[in-house]
Each structure stands twice: as C-alpha cells, then as structure tokens.
Design a protein around this ligand. Structure first.
Ligand code: NI
Length: 190
C-alpha cells in the first residue's frame, strides 16, 4: 500500500518518534514503506513521513546509477541509535520527500556508528561512511523530529519561508501523493 507522504508543517515531522516494541511483526509496515519510497523515487523514508511516529526508516540507494558506493545499500533500521559521528564535515545538496522541490547544501560528519535492529529483530552495530552515512543521518533526523532545513542559516531559512508555506498548504508540484497539514484544515472548513 502506497501512503501519501506527509509534508512540511505537519506536527508528526517535529515529534521525537518512539521505539517499537521488540518482537513486533513489521512485515506489512516495511513493505508499505518500501512501496511508498519507491513510488516517490526516494532513497530513504522514515516512518513519521507516512504519519507514524515510530523509530523506523528504510533506505535504498541501489537504483542510483551515479552512486556506485550505494549498490548494496538497501536496509531497514528499526529502533536505531546513533552512537558516534566522527570525521570531517562535508557538504552535499540534500532534498527530502517531505519538502518537495527544495534542495540545499547541508554539512554533516563523514562517519556514523549506529546500533539498530533489522525487520527480523536481529541486532547490529555498524559503521557507515560517506553517502551511506549521510542518508542515515538524514533519515535518523526524521525520527528525532529534525529536518535538513534546520541546518540552514537564518538568511537561507528566511528566503525559503514562502516556498515552505506553500508546501504546507499543498501548493506544490509532486509526482507522488502528499498529505499537507494546512490543506486538511482548509478542506475541513469547506
Ligand atoms: Ni527526508
């Protein structure tokens, strides 16, 4: 099942998500997350982006032809916990399915050490680097209630204010279904 993607302005994107009870059957949720992410041509999707405030995200970089380091990067992170971020900060232009049509440079550390479960509740502790680390950091931020635009300078943020307001009203072009918080309210008054 493909969910509409919750966009900027919805409170669920600003909440710290809660851990999932160990042993919970995640088959359906994970299947729906992958389907939703692929339907929107994303390389990562966190549960809050489909309106579920739980600590789970999926990543799939295997379809990116121009990123050879990601050929094997298809994973599910359940109840993840970042233990350490190390290395130099580097910048890269990020985007987000919840903030359509906005891309900005974000600085992040090179390496990330993370503890997580897979969908079968096997426990892992691993270190990721470069683009893999960046995707993890971006998705992890989602379950902490953070968005990539939070890293921008006050000036940049001011410049994006109008576009962000449009997004929260659903006034944005996407090739996937979105759920815009202010659109819901407007419809409710009609
Ligand atoms: Ni995102």
């Amino acid at each position: 099942m493909i969910y509409p993607i919750v966009v900027y302005g919805d409170a669920v994107l600003r909440k710290r998500a809660t851990n999932i009870k160990e042993g919970t059957d995640l088959t359906e949720l994970v299947e729906n997350m992958y389907e939703t992410m692929h339907g929107a041509h994303g390389i990562g999707l966190a549960a809050p982006q489909i309106g579920k405030s739980v600590r789970l995200f999926v990543v799939d970089g295997t379809t990116l032809d121009d990123e050879p380091t990601l050929v094997d990067f298809k994973k599910i992170f359940v109840n993840p916990q970042i233990l350490k971020e190390t290395g130099e900060e580097w910048d890269f232009e990020e985007g987000c399915l919840s903030i359509p049509n906005i891309r900005e440079d974000v600085w992040r550390k090179e390496n990330v050490r993370i503890k997580y479960f897979d969908e079968q509740w096997n426990a892992f502790e691993e270190e990721f680097t470069g683009m893999k680390a960046r995707i993890i950091q971006h998705e992890y931020d989602h379950i902490e209630g953070k968005l990539f635009i939070d890293y921008l300078t006050p000036l940049k943020k001011r410049m994006l204010k109008g576009k962000l307001a449009d997004i929260s009203k659903g006034d944005v072009d996407t090739d996937y279904r979105i759920l815009a918080p202010l659109k819901k309210i407007i419809l409710a008054f009609n």
